[in-house]
Write a protein that binds this ligand. Structure first.
Ligand code: SF4
Length: 317
């Protein structure tokens, strides 16, 4: 196999990281490169390991999505399901495994395949805090499944597996879902997509609170549908499923929504390019670390995977 190349790409989460903190982007895209190799420099290995860390909220999202998709498949096959079935079969094993791995520490040798939770790593919990966190995650995942069964499933009941549109996801073995804007690879991975009555429907499962950025994220999925599947904006309906609250925000897109997200990508790519040698995204070579500013709002640092790499500068400054 040829040598892997660190090519420039764009995603909603990468852009969000870059906006919050330039240095975070440096660690997660550049410093970590090659950090999976045993002979890599210590800083690269640490940045790579930290880039793989989960946290309580990301894990909750993964568990809720697994439980919701498990429930959807059972209901599609005509099997009755209740919240406890879904939690026991799809969410609890995943959560227990992640917690055990995080505690046991095999991620030190293999951060890609063993979970490390940021809250464990940076000792953010005492034992009472950890118990409360596990209880809250379990309750929230159950609430998400309950709202899915009661409020979302009745809207999806008529969708057959043959109507569904395949989406390339992490760990599925194939390529991640992506498209190109001005020659830049843009990653966009919607949760659940199907065609019905000449429309493409795109659902995103959210286990946390609503955020203003979610609408733009769904427009990005619309752009994916437009470019990858040739669907006109007016024939794309997006649904932000706030499962924890049992609420949905939905609507069809307009061409102007796609223009807006295209403009956002172009602006963000141009901002990121300013941190590369000669502004050249083809070469994709980062400026020296010192050029990537630390977070302007250092409250972000407390919830950042890379804290230990910045600690000397943050605490010394
Ligand atoms: S610890 Fe703070 S300064 Fe360092 S990467 Fe994270 S957010 Fe940025």
């Amino acid at each position: 196999m040829g040598e892997l190349k660190n090519t420039f790409s764009w995603s909603f989460s990468a852009a969000a990281d870059f906006e919050v903190c330039r240095r975070r982007r440096y660690w997660s895209k550049y410093a970590m490169w090659g950090g999976w190799l045993p002979q890599a420099p210590d800083e690269a290995r640490r940045a790579y390991r930290l880039s793989k860390m989960e946290n309580i909220y990301s894990l909750q999202g993964i568990a809720a999505e697994a439980a919701v998709m498990w429930t959807l498949r059972r209901l599609q096959s005509g099997t009755e399901v209740d919240v406890e079935d879904a939690y026991r079969e799809a969410a609890r094993p995943l959560l227990n495994k992640a917690w055990k791995e995080s505690r046991e520490g095999n991620w030190r040798q293999d951060p890609k395949h063993f979970c490390c939770l940021r809250e464990h790593y940076y000792r953010r919990w005492d034992s009472a805090g950890e118990k409360e966190a596990t209880r809250a995650v379990a309750a929230n995942v159950r609430r998400c499944v309950e709202n899915f069964i009661v409020k979302v499933w009745p809207r999806l009941e008529g969708v057959r597996p043959a109507d569904e549109v395949a989406v390339g996801v992490k760990d599925a073995g194939g390529a991640l879902e992506s498209f190109e804007v001005d020659g830049v690879t843009v990653y966009a991975i919607p949760d659940y997509v199907y065609r019905k009555d000449d429309f493409m429907h795109i659902h995103d499962w959210k286990s946390g609170r609503p955020r203003v950025s979610h609408e733009l994220q769904l427009s990005l999925y619309g752009l994916w549908a437009n470019i990858r599947h040739g669907v006109e904006a007016e024939r794309i309906i997006v649904y932000i499923e706030y499962l924890s609250e049992g609420r949905v925000a939905f609507g069809s897109l307009k061409e102007s929504d796609l223009d807006q997200v295209r403009a956002h990508i172009r602006m963000s790519v141009s901002d990121m390019a300013a941190y590369l040698v000669d502004g050249d995204i083809r070469r994709n070579e980062p400026l020296p670390k010192e050029e990537w500013e630390l977070a302007a709002d250092q409250r972000e640092c407390r919830r950042c995977n890379f804290y230990e790499l910045c600690a000397a500068e943050l605490e010394g400054g």
